[in-house]
Write a protein that binds this ligand. Structure first.
Ligand code: XIL
Length: 359
C-alpha cells in the first residue's frame, strides 16, 4: 500500500474514534475483540491483537511535556539506560535504582508494562567489574548484581533482558570476548538466567542481541544456544531481536524475520522485537522507512510467538544514532523513529498503525 493511502487509513481511524466519542477511544480490549478495539494509540491497536507496542524511555526527557504525552502512545517501555549496571551498581555493593524506579512508576501509573534492560552486558559496565581478575570473584559479583536488581524490581517489570549481545558480531561461531566470557566461559549465560529466575519466579527472562533478526549464521548460533538451554532446563523464556537497521545496508527480508521467529517459537520461546530503528541517512526515504516498519510489525503479527515490537526511542531528536552513527554525511541525520524532531507523526507511524489494523 502506498504511504499516502496509509496516512489516509490512519486519519480515518482517528476520525472514527473522535466521532464515536471518548467511550470508543478508551482502554483497549484485553481480549482482542475486534468489535471493541480502537486504534487511537499504537498501544491500543497492538493490544487488540494481544501484542505490546513499546518504546525505549529516558528519564532525562521526563520534564518535556511532548515527550511524556507521546510516551502514552505505547503500552510497553524499556529503560534506555537507567537499569544498566553502570547506573544501578556504579560502585560495588552500592545500588541505585532511583532512575529505574521513575520509569517503573510512570509506566505503572499509566497501565504500561516494563521490560528491564539489561543485567549482564559487556557495555556500560562499571570499571570495577572490568577490573576483576578472579573468576570466583566475578561470578559472585555477577550473581549478586542480578539477584539484587531483579529482587528490587520484582512484580514491577514483566520481563528482563538477562544477557545482552553475548555473541561476537564479527565471528558468529564465537561468543564475544568480554570479562564474562574470558573469566567464566560460556557458563556465565546459564548462571545469569538461573540467578534471575531464583530472584523472581514469575518474570519473563530473555536473551537479547543484534544482527540476528532474520536467518543467518549469527541467528543460527543463537537458536542453537537457546535450544540447548531449553533442553538442559535453563530458565529462558524468550529471545529479543534488536532490529537496528539502516536503509542503506543489507538487512533480512520480513519473511526471514518471520521464519526466525517461527523456529524460536517452535522451541516454546517467546520472541520480542526489542530495539527497532531504521536509519535513513545516506539516501533512505521516509516512505521506505514506513514500509520497513510496516513489514516488520506485520511479520511479528503473523507469528503467535511474537509478543512485542519495541522502537528504540520516541523522537528522532533523541535517537542514540544521532551520536552513535558516524556513517551519516555532514548535515544528514539518521531520523530512525516514528516521530520527527517536533514530535509529529512520520509515515513510519502510519505504517505501524496500518500493520496493526490489519491483524
Ligand atoms: C544505547 C543507548 O540508546 C544509548 O543512550 C547509550 O549511550 C548506549 O546504549 N543495544 C542495546 C541498547 O542493547 O542498550 C543500546 O542502547 C543500543 C544497542
Amino acid at each position: 500500500m502506498l504511504p499516502k493511502q496509509l496516512r489516509q487509513r490512519v486519519t480515518n481511524a482517528l476520525l472514527a474514534c473522535a466521532l464515536g466519542g471518548l467511550a470508543g477511544c478508551g482502554k483497549p480490549s484485553d481480549n482482542g475483540d475486534a468489535a471493541t478495539c480502537t486504534t487511537a494509540t499504537l498501544g491500543q491497536a497492538a493490544a487488540c491483537s494481544g501484542r505490546l507496542l513499546g518504546t525505549a524511555l529516558a528519564t532525562a526527557h521526563f520534564s518535556e511535556e511532548s515527550y511524556m504525552s507521546r510516551a502514552l502512545e505505547f503500552n510497553y517501555v524499556t529503560p534506555e539506560n537507567e537499569m544498566k549496571w553502570e547506573h544501578t551498581e556504579p560502585t560495588r555493593d552500592q545500588f541505585s535504582f532511583d532512575l529505574g524506579d521513575q520509569i517503573v512508576d510512570f509506566a505503572n501509573q499509566n497501565g504500561i508494562r516494563v521490560k528491564g534492560h539489561t543485567l549482564v552486558w559487556h557495555n556500560q559496565l562499571p570499571s570495577w567489574v572490568g577490573a576483576i581478575s578472579d573468576p570466583d570473584d566475578l561470578r559472585a559479583a555477577m550473581l549478586d548484581h542480578i539477584t539484587t536488581e531483579v529482587e528490587h524490581f520484582r512484580g514491577k517489570v514483566a520481563a528482563w533482558d538477562v544477557v545482552n549481545e553475548a555473541w561476537d558480531p564479527n565471528d558468529p561461531t564465537l561468543l564475544r570476548d568480554s570479562v564474562f566470557s574470558e573469566l567464566l566461559g560460556p557458563a556465565f549465560i546459564d548462571d545469569a538466567f538461573t540467578a534471575a529466575r531464583a530472584a523472581d519466579p514469575d518474570v519473563k527472562l530473555y536473551y537479547n542481541d543484534y544482527g540476528a533478526d532474520g536467518l543467518g549464521a549469527k541467528s543460527d548460533s543463537i537458536y542453537d544456544m537457546v535450544a540447548d538451554m531449553k533442553t538442559r532446563g535453563i530458565p529462558i523464556d524468550g529471545v529479543g531481536l534488536q532490529m537496528h537497521w539502516r536503509s542503506s545496508a543489507a538487512r533480512p527480508s520480513a519473511s526471514d524475520v518471520a521464519a526466525n521467529i517461527q523456529r524460536l517459537g517452535a522451541l516454546g520461546l517467546e520472541v520480542v522485537i526489542s530495539e527497532m530503528d531504521v536509519d535513513i541517512c545516506n539516501g533512505g526515504t521516509l516512505d521506505e522507512q514506513a514500509a520497513m516498519f510496516h513489514d516488520v510489525v506485520a511479520a511479528c503479527l503473523s507469528q503467535p510467538a511474537c509478543k512485542a515490537v519495541t522502537f528504540w526511542g520516541i523522537t528522532d531528536k533523541y535517537s542514540w544514532l544521532n551520536y552513535f552513527d558516524t556513517s551519516c554525511a555532514d548535515g544528514d541525520t539518521p531520523r530512525p523513529l516514528l516521530f520527527d524532531d517536533d514530535y509529529q507523526r512520520k509515515p513510519a507511524y502510519a505504517g505501524v498503525l496500518d500493520a496493526l489494523a490489519r491483524r
